[in-house]
Design a protein around this ligand. Structure first.
Ligand code: BES
Ligand code: ZN
Length: 385
């Protein structure tokens, strides 16, 4: 009895240590850094923390940097007097602050609609729908407006993209905010944006001497702005660390790479960079297993991918349904001809929302164990390279 208590005590007294710390400890530590938007300080802190955990398990680590341009909303809104109503800059909008009367434009904001009102020197308020955002904004600019507010036509905030830079501040707002904007009433439109270059980093963990892995376990560590990213995708990142822990003293560790991708939320950019920069690694892979959103049980664990791997999962007796693949980091690998398996438990209600604060450590461990078991089944069928 006494002996059995010791490991538990150690786990309690050594939080943060890769040997004894649990998935729960890691989740708590990483979530404290805040949302892990690619290029942010929190993203870097989370990576450093997890890098330490891989090292504590006896792995070496390598960082691969890449960069890409990104448009960021630094905080934009519309105000009526002192009252801040909210809003989001449309991507590619110009920045700027203007105070001017609001003019509600009839229809959906075609040139003909703008011809029916005088928006010169004013802020045009336009309904979403029927024609692209950029056409509404262009018509507003041509009619002499100094800013545009586009009002959503369904519930929730409006986030969108113009698709082309335009020299006019353009804000998207909810129907609630839209209803509070009265004709001819002065409003202050404040659009603060930045077109920057994101410095992103993929983290790779491997056992000393391994440069031609047969299996790659991956997950994206970055999250979207405003979302803590507990399920999307600290859950998958911690599953990869847990697989590394389970594999540490087995032959699997000598045949594997463990990769935490950056820039997934900006378009699978980390996995694309990895595939492009590591053709000799990618070319030798027998499988790439990607774990994304495995910490909240919207549905039982779902796996999807190439038939031989799905069959291997079935043979290994792993309890999982066969689902449809989502858009995540397995895609660039599949496009490069690597057999892939995608693990997820569905999109939860807090997907990309501020409420993405929870992950169930037990579900993370189960996903990791499933990936570990399937891989051992796949590799035992073929000799080591
Ligand atoms: N976590 C999602 C991917 C996902 C999809 C997980 C379905 C589980 C089930 C990912 O971070 C994401 O949001 N992907 C985007 C596309 C990506 C290219 C920005 C998506 O699915 O819309
Ligand atoms: Zn994700």
């Amino acid at each position: 009895m006494k002996l059995l208590l010791w490991p538990a005590l150690l786990a309690l007294t050594l939080p943060g240590s890769g040997l004894a710390a649990t998935v729960e400890d890691h989740a708590k530590a990483v979530l404290a850094f805040g949302p892990r938007v690619a290029g942010s300080a929190a993203n870097g802190q989370a990576r450093s923390y997890l890098e330490e955990q891989f090292r504590a398990l006896g792995y070496q680590t390598r960082r691969e940097a890449f960069s890409y341009p990104r448009f960021d909303d630094l905080g934009s809104d519309v105000r009526v007097g002192e009252q801040v109503l909210g809003g989001n800059a449309l991507q590619d909008s110009a920045g700027g602050e203007v105070t001017a009367p609001a003019v509600r434009v009839p229809g959906v904001g075609t040139s003909a609609d703008f011809a029916r009102v005088d928006v010169r020197g004013r802020v045009a308020v336009v309904q979403r729908g029927q024609i692209p955002f950029i056409d509404k904004a262009r018509a507003a600019l041509a009619a002499g407006a100094v800013g545009v507010i586009i009002v959503n036509n369904s519930a929730g905030d409006l986030r969108g993209t113009l698709g082309q830079a335009l020299n006019l501040p353009v804000l998207g707002v909810s129907t609630t905010v839209g209803a509070a904007l009265k004709d001819n009433q002065p409003v202050t439109l404040r659009v603060r944006v930045r077109q920057g270059e994101v410095q992103a980093v993929n983290l790779i963990a491997f056992k000393a001497g391994v440069d031609r892995p047969e299996v790659l376990f991956g997950a994206h560590l970055d999250s979207v702005q405003g979302a803590p990213g507990a399920n999307d995708n600290l859950s998958g990142s911690l599953a990869v660390l847990e697989i590394a822990r389970q594999a540490a003293n087995t032959s699997l560790s000598a045949r594997s790479f463990f990769v935490l991708f950056d820039g997934e939320e900006d378009g699978l950019l980390g996995s694309r960079a990895f595939v492009k920069d590591n053709p000799s690694v990618t070319g030798g892979l027998k499988a790439m297993l990607n774990l994304d959103m495995v910490g909240v049980n919207v549905m039982p664990l779902s796996i999807s991918g190439e038939a031989p791997l799905v069959e291997a999962a079935r043979r290994a007796g792993v309890e999982a349904s066969v689902g449809t693949p989502g858009s995540s980091d397995q895609v660039p690998f599949r496009q490069a001809g690597v057999p892939t398996l995608f693990f997820h438990r569905g999109l939860d209600a807090n997907y990309h929302q501020p409420g993405d604060t929870l992950l169930d450590s037990e579900l993370v461990r189960q996903a990791a164990t499933a990936a570990f078991t399937i891989t051992n089944g796949v590799l035992s069928a073929v000799p080591a390279n």
